[in-house]
Design a binder for this molecule. Structure first.
Ligand SMILES: [Zn+2]
Length: 281
């Protein structure tokens, strides 16, 4: 089994979105008043080349996001900027890796934010899995007001609603096995969105955590600092605590979507700095 990091363009957001400042509503409003931008950050999607079939986690950015400056939604208009060329979308990226799109057995979306579902158009023949609650949150006009772009979903988009079982996996309370071998597991990591998922790939005793936006960087996960957009601070904190516990108890390679070090961390199998991993480096 191999995991590939696939960069689908890059994004700039406000610093207070990456690292939340203050509490409650003030923390979330701070994103709109902050004048400090991050550097350009990568947006990764992930390919799991598994003996039971290829699984893609997230589809990254789509070229349409470059027009987001014209959006009527205040977040899209003022608080985010995207860069992506057509050949950087996930379809061309996978073909460049020698992967035929019809061979992608399943796509799982950690959540439906626009830089995670932006490449859906490349997967008309693939089973697509989304957490049931996330799908409900993102749909329709209410979804658009929340900053989702359901109007950009392909007309054929009819994903399989994923319900995690109350089976714990490590520190995580709910999970769902995605392979017969039981080595690719979706786990509930609520916070950034209420139904956010992460995917854990277990390979030779190491946990590869495809973390979506559970945190924007490994350092923020390890320090337990929540971002500027999570609606529910308590569940975001609980999730970061669970990720810390996993990193402390098992060798863990932590792979957030926008961490500039994720690809390098994956290729060098660099472990999160928990107690256990420090001893196994
Ligand atoms: Zn997100």
């Amino acid at each position: 089994m191999t995991i590939h990091a696939i960069q689908t363009g890059s994004v700039r957001i406000k610093r207070s979105q990456v690292r939340g400042s203050g509490r409650g509503l003030r923390r979330r409003l701070r994103v709109f008043t902050d004048s400090e931008w991050t550097d350009w950050l990568p947006t990764y999607a992930w390919l799991i080349d598994h003996p039971e079939g290829i699984i893609v986690v997230d589809t990254g950015q789509g070229r349409h996001l470059v027009d987001s400056v014209r959006s009527l939604h205040p977040y899209h208009r003022w608080e985010v900027a995207f860069r992506i060329e057509p050949e950087e979308e996930i379809g061309p990226r996978l073909r460049a890796l020698g992967v035929a799109l019809r061979d992608v057995k399943r796509v799982l979306l950690t959540h439906l934010h626009v830089d995670h579902d932006g490449g859906l158009t490349h997967f008309p023949d693939t089973h697509i899995l989304v957490a049931r609650g996330e799908l409900q949150t993102a749909r329709g006009w209410v979804g658009r007001m929340r900053g989702y772009l359901p109007n950009r979903w392909p007309s054929w988009f009819d994903p399989i609603a994923l319900d995690l079982a109350p089976d714990s996996f490590g520190p995580f309370a709910a999970s769902s096995r995605l392979t017969m071998a039981g080595d690719v597991i979706a786990v509930a990591t609520p916070g950034h969105t209420a139904d956010h998922l992460s995917v854990i790939v277990v390979d030779q005793g190491t946990m590869y955590v495809i973390a979506g936006d559970a945190s924007y960087t490994e350092a923020l996960m390890m320090t337990g600092l929540i971002d500027g957009v999570s609606a529910d601070e308590a569940s975001a904190r609980t999730t970061l605590g669970r990720l810390q516990r996993l990193a402390a108890e098992r060798p863990t390679v932590y792979l957030p979507t926008h961490d500039p070090e994720s690809a390098d961390r994956l290729s060098n199998r660099r472990l999160a700095c928990g107690r256990h991993s420090a001893g196994t480096r």
